[in-house]
Design a protein around this ligand. Structure first.
Ligand SMILES: *Cc1c(COP(=O)(O)O)cnc(C)c1O
Length: 435
C-alpha cells in the first residue's frame, strides 16, 4: 500500500494546505526516485512517531535527575532509556544522547578534549575528511590548528587506503593532542589499533568519528572502535561521535560514547558548554532507533547494505567506471569518473542523474584535479535502498541505469525515459512508512 499525504499527516492536511502540498511532493520524490546518497536512510514509523511526539513540549536543561526545570520525571526516564540502550549497543562505559547533530557531537568532543588553539591531526578534507575536521570555513579550522594525513596513491586494488606512515610522520612532526579518524567519503574499514599506537607514542587522545558507520558497527559488520578504560591499556578510541540518522536509521541527530575517563568532560561540553535544552522528542526517537539496532534483523539489514554496496561497485566497474580503492568494505562507494569519460565532471554527472530520478552527490576523489564544487567523482551509498528491500538484482539494474544515463547525459528525452524506468522499479520497493 502506498500512503498519501492525508494518511500520514491528517492534521496538516486539514489545517495547512500549503505545507501539505509540499509534504506530498516530497513524499513522491522520496518514494518515486532512487535515493543513493550514502548519508541518508528511511526511518521506521516508530522513529517518526517519537520524533513527532509531545515530548517536544518540554524543557529539560541538564541531565537525568540533575535538571534546571521542574516536571522532568518522565523525561528523565526517556533520556535514561536512550542512554542505557546506547551503552548496551556499543558496549560503552558512558553515553551522551543530547547532541543535536553529528557536527555538534564533534564540537562537544573538541570542547571536552582540547584547549583553544590546540593541534589536531585529522584526515584531509579532499580525501574523505568532514568539514568539522578542520575546514577553514568551519569553526574547527578557526579555533584549532588542524594538520592532516591522507590516503596512499591509487594502486590497483590496494591503493587509496589511509596512509599510516604519513599519519605517524605528521604525529611526530606536529605533536597533536588529538588524532581524529573516521570520514565522510572513505569506503574502507578503518582499523583503530595502529592509530591508537601512534597516539600513545605522543600522548594524544583518539576520537573516532563514526557519523557514517555507526549503523554498520551496531549491525556487527564493522569493528567497534570504541576502547575501554578497564583491564589494562586502552586499545581503541577514547571517544566516538556519530550521527543517528545515517546508517543507524534513526532520527536526525547526534550522540557520543566514551570511556568513563572522559564521561564528565563530554557531558559538561555538551551542556552547558555548547547546547541549551535537549530535544527530548529526538532523544525518544534515538531510544527507538537504538532498540531497533539491537535486533537480529538489524544485523541482517547491515549485512545486506554491505553486500549491495559490493554488488553495485562491481556492476559500476563493468559499466566502465573506476571505483576508488578498487571496491568497498562498507555502505559507500566512491566513483572516479575520469576513466568513464575524462570530460565528465561530478557536477555534470550529478545533474544528469537527477533528471533521471537517481539521487546521489558529487564528491572529490583522492588527488582530484577539479575543485570541491565541480569534482571528478560521485559518491553512492546503499543504506536507503536496502531499507526498501532492494537486493543484488536491483543493484545491477541501478548500475546499468547510471551508466546509460551518463552515456546519454545530453539527451533530456532519454533521461526522462530512464526516470520512468526508475519509477517502475521504485514502485515495487516502497520505503517505510509508505509501504
Ligand atoms: C555527516 C557527518 C558529520 C556531521 O553530521 P551532521 O548531522 O550533518 O552534523 C560529521 N562527521 C562525519 C564524518 C560525517 O560524515
Amino acid at each position: 500500500m502506498n500512503l498519501g499525504v492525508e494518511d500520514l499527516y491528517p492534521t496538516i492536511t486539514d489545517s495547512d494546505p500549503e505545507l501539505s502540498e509540499i509534504l506530498g511532493l516530497e513524499m513522491q520524490r522520496q518514494s518515486g526516485t532512487l535515493q543513493l546518497i550514502a548519508s541518508e536512510n528511511f526511518t521506521s514509523k516508530a522513529v517518526l512517531e517519537a520524533t513527532g511526539s509531545i515530548l517536544t513540549n518540554k524543557y529539560a536543561e541538564g541531565y537525568p535527575s540533575k535538571r534546571y526545570y521542574g516536571g522532568n520525571i518522565y523525561i528523565d526516564r526517556v533520556e535514561d532509556l536512550a542512554r542505557n540502550r546506547l551503552k548496551a549497543l556499543f558496549g560503552a562505559e558512558h553515553a551522551n544522547v543530547q547532541p543535536h547533530a553529528g557536527a555538534n557531537a564533534n564540537a562537544a568532543a573538541y570542547l571536552a578534549l582540547l584547549k583553544p588553539g590546540a593541534t589536531v591531526l585529522a584526515m584531509r578534507l579532499d580525501q574523505g575528511g568532514h568539514l568539522t575536521h578542520g575546514s577553514p570555513v568551519n569553526f574547527s579550522g578557526q579555533y584549532y590548528r588542524f594538520v592532516s594525513y591522507g590516503v596512499s596513491a591509487a594502486d590497483g586494488d590496494s591503493g587509496e587506503r589511509i596512509d599510516l606512515e604519513q599519519m605517524e610522520e605528521a604525529a611526530r612532526t606536529h605533536r597533536p593532542s588529538l588524532i581524529v579518524v573516521g570520514a565522510t567519503a572513505y569506503p574502507r574499514i578503518i582499523d583503530v589499533e595502529p592509530v591508537r599506537a601512534i597516539a600513545d607514542s605522543i600522548g594524544a587522545t583518539v576520537l573516532f568519528d563514526a557519523a557514517h558507520v555507526a549503523g554498520l558497527i551496531a549491525g556487527g559488520v564493522y569493528p567497534n572502535p570504541l576502547g575501554s578504560s578497564e583491564g589494562g591499556a586502552n586499545k581503541g578510541a577514547d571517544v566516538m561521535t556519530f550521527t543517528t540518522h545515517k546508517t543507524l536509521r534513526g532520527p536526525r541527530g547526534g550522540a557520543i560514547v566514551c570511556t568513563s575517563q572522559f564521561a564528565q568532560a563530554i557531558d559538561k561540553a555538551v551542556f552547558p558548554g555548547l547546547q541549551g535544552g535537549p530535544l527530548e522528542h529526538a532523544i525518544a526517537a534515538k531510544a527507538v532507533a537504538f532498540q531497533e539496532a539491537s535486533l537480529p534483523q538489524f544485523q541482517t539489514y547491515q549485512q545486506n547494505v554491505v553486500l549491495n554496496a559490493k554488488v553495485l561497485a562491481s556492476a559500476l566497474e563493468q559499466e566502465g567506471f573506476r571505483i576508488v580503492s578498487g571496491g568497498t568494505d562498507t555502505h559507500l562507494i566512491l566513483v572516479d569518473l575520469t576513466r568513464f569519460d575524462p570530460n565528465l565532471s561530478g557536477k555534470e554527472a550529478q545533474e544528469a542523474l537527477d533528471l533521471a530520478g537517481i539521487t546521489c552527490n558529487r564528491n572529490q576523489i583522492p588527488y582530484d584535479t577539479r575543485s570541491p564544487f565541480i569534482t571528478s567523482g560521485l559518491r553512492f551509498g546503499t543504506p536507503a535502498m536496502t531499507t526498501t528491500g532492494m537486493g543484488a538484482d536491483e543493484m545491477k539494474l541501478v548500475a546499468t541505469l547510471i551508466g546509460r544515463s551518463l552515456r546519454h547525459r545530453d539527451d533530456e528525452k532519454y533521461l526522462q525515459s530512464i526516470r520512468e524506468e526508475v519509477g517502475i522499479l521504485c514502485s515495487k520497493f516502497p520505503p517505510p512508512p509508505f509501504a
